[in-house]
Structure formats: structure tokens, C-alpha cells
Ligand binder design. Structure first.
Ligand code: GLU
Length: 301
């Protein structure tokens, strides 16, 4: 294993790239490249019901068109089920997961409210009820308190049991949960820094919890401000974010740099793609990124 910095971009192929996902790609790319590190791409195609046909290829072509250069082969989570299953076996062996047959409604009725809504009250901890069929596998959070220092957002602390509750690692429909897969794959790919949108900040404490349970290295984390529309909603397929223009990448990349507080000179908008990236890598300043969880975009993207 080298000591080189290794970053990654891990899109879910639920639709084309938009300005919000580009912020994560650019932030992780510039952070890693400005430290002379390697940058990997992982396709998080873990959730077929939510995926859009052709989106994975479209995302990769868009990244290429925008001049991103990744190291090694793209990893596809759809081909990694054995690795996720082995990790579940370890968690089962250690007695930290249990089967849960509660319905969505039963969970939504929980009177405990955490940072992401209702907290699962632990109904099935003592054993799933007979005759109802196993629905999901959950990790016991017990009394875990997770601390970490986000490189941008500062010190974070979470009492998992009341903030999040026992969380799902394999879903009732049989698919592996994002929280599990991301941890296994960040370790497999030797990722040393995770730079991504702050909408994932509340996921990070689950991921660190799993890294601890599985004895995996804990990367550094940096959560960038999330791009919001004028209603304060995260740009996403659901909020009908526009796909990125494939015709003129540099002005779009320039706007991402401005969003990330890098104050790019105006004349960079007319640079060629390689010149733009060289300039952006040379000028990257982590301390210039706004220390905010979200920023409302002034002009529609
Ligand atoms: N696949 C996740 C998403 O597109 C991101 C995962 C990550 O960066 O950890 O929201």
C-alpha cells in the first residue's frame, strides 16, 4: 500500500450528472490532484429500482467530456455482492446484526425522532416475530458515540442510537444498503480522503461505526456545501435538476470553482479543458471553500 492520497467520486446512476453532482466530482478531484494523489471513480449501481437505463455510461462520458482523468478501472458495485455478503457474515458472526420484520408503517410510527426522521425503536432486537418473514438486516447501535473531525465542517459528534437508530445494512428487498457497500469499497480501493456533498454528513457516522465494527481504516472526510435551488432543495433528479451541458464544459466548471469559493479569474472561462484543469489544480485552496452545509444557487443551472 502506498501512502499516496487517494480520493474518489462515487455517483449513483439514477440520472445524468447535474451541477450538484459535479460539485462533488470537482471538489474531490481538485483536492486529490492538488496533493499529487490518485483519483478513482466508482459506480454505485446498487439499487436497480432507482437506476436509469444508460445513466452509468452517460455519467462516464460526461466526466470524460469535462476532462476528468481517473486512475485504474471504474469499480461497479453491482459486481461486488460477494464482498458485501462476506462483510455481513462477519457482522453476523460478531452478533452485531439482527433480522427485522417491521413494516415501513411500524417504523414511521416510532415516537423517537432523530436527525433523519423516525428512529427505529429496536423492536426486533430480541428476535424477529414468528411467521412474518425476514425483511431487513439491521446493525445494533447500542451505546455507540461517534466522533470525527470533518476537514471543512469541523468537529462532529453523534449518539447513534438516538440520532439514527439501528440502521439497515441489507434491505428487505434483498439489496445491500449504501452504508455497507460504501464502507467496504472505500476500504477495498484504499481511499484516504472522502470529499462529497454535505447531504451525506449524517451518513458518515454510520460509515465510521461500520468501519470500527469491521476493523477497516477510517478515511478523512470533507463535506462540501450542497448546491440548493431557490426553494432551498438539493439539486437532484427529484427536483428536476438540469443535466450538464456537454457542449461547453469550461464555463460550467468555472461556475463550480466559484461555488467552491476559489474565485477563478474571469478569463479562465475561455481556456481549453487541459489548461483549465492545470490552472484549477494549481490554485486549489481548501481553506477558501465556504464552511456551509448548503448554498443557494443564484442563477438556475
Ligand atoms: N453514491 C452516492 C450518491 O451519489 C454518493 C456516495 C458517496 O460519495 O459516498 O449520492
Amino acid at each position: 500500500m502506498t501512502n499516496r492520497v487517494r480520493g474518489r467520486f462515487a455517483p449513483s446512476p439514477t440520472g445524468p450528472l447535474h451541477f450538484g453532482s459535479l460539485v462533488a466530482a470537482v471538489g474531490s478531484y481538485l483536492s486529490t490532484r492538488s496533493q499529487g494523489g490518485e483519483w478513482l471513480v466508482r459506480m454505485e449501481d446498487l439499487d436497480p429500482p432507482r437506476e436509469m437505463k444508460g445513466a452509468a455510461d452517460d455519467i462516464l462520458r460526461t466526466l470524460e467530456g469535462y476532462g476528468f482523468e481517473w486512475d485504474g478501472e471504474v469499480m461497479y458495485q453491482s459486481r461486488r455482492h460477494d464482498a458485501y455478503e462476506s462483510a455481513l457474515e462477519v457482522l453476523k458472526h460478531d452478533g452485531v446484526v439482527y433480522a427485522c420484520d417491521c413494516t415501513r408503517k411500524e417504523i414511521a410510527d416510532s415516537s423517537i425522532r432523530g436527525i433523519e426522521g423516525p428512529v427505529y425503536p429496536g423492536t426486533c432486537r430480541a428476535g424477529a416475530r414468528a411467521g412474518r418473514g425476514v425483511r431487513a438486516l439491521r446493525v445494533r447501535t447500542d451505546r455507540a458515540v461517534i466522533h470525527f473531525e470533518d476537514r471543512l465542517q469541523g468537529a462532529q459528534r453523534s449518539v447513534l442510537e438516538t440520532d439514527i437508530g439501528d440502521y439497515v445494512v441489507r434491505r428487505a428487498d434483498g439489496f445491500y444498503a449504501y452504508q455497507l457497500a460504501v464502507v467496504i469499497d472505500d476500504a477495498e480501493q484504499g481511499i484516504s480522503e472522502v470529499v462529497r456533498g454535505a447531504d451525506l454528513l449524517t451518513s458518515t457516522v454510520r460509515q465510521i461505526h461500520l468501519q470500527q465494527l469491521l476493523g477497516l481504516p477510517i478515511p478523512e472526510y470533507l463535506h462540501l456545501p450542497t448546491a440548493l435551488n431557490s426553494q432551498g432543495e438539493k439539486l437532484s433528479k427529484q427536483t428536476l435538476a438540469n443535466p450538464l451541458s456537454k457542449a461547453r464544459p469550461v464555463p460550467v466548471l468555472w461556475r463550480v470553482l466559484a461555488f467552491l469559493g476559489q474565485q477563478p479569474p474571469n478569463d479562465w472561462q475561455s481556456l481549453g479543458i487541459p489548461e483549465f484543469w492545470a490552472a484549477a489544480i494549481g490554485r486549489w485552496s481548501e481553506s477558501a471553500i465556504p464552511r456551509q452545509l448548503g448554498i443557494i444557487l443564484q442563477a438556475p443551472e
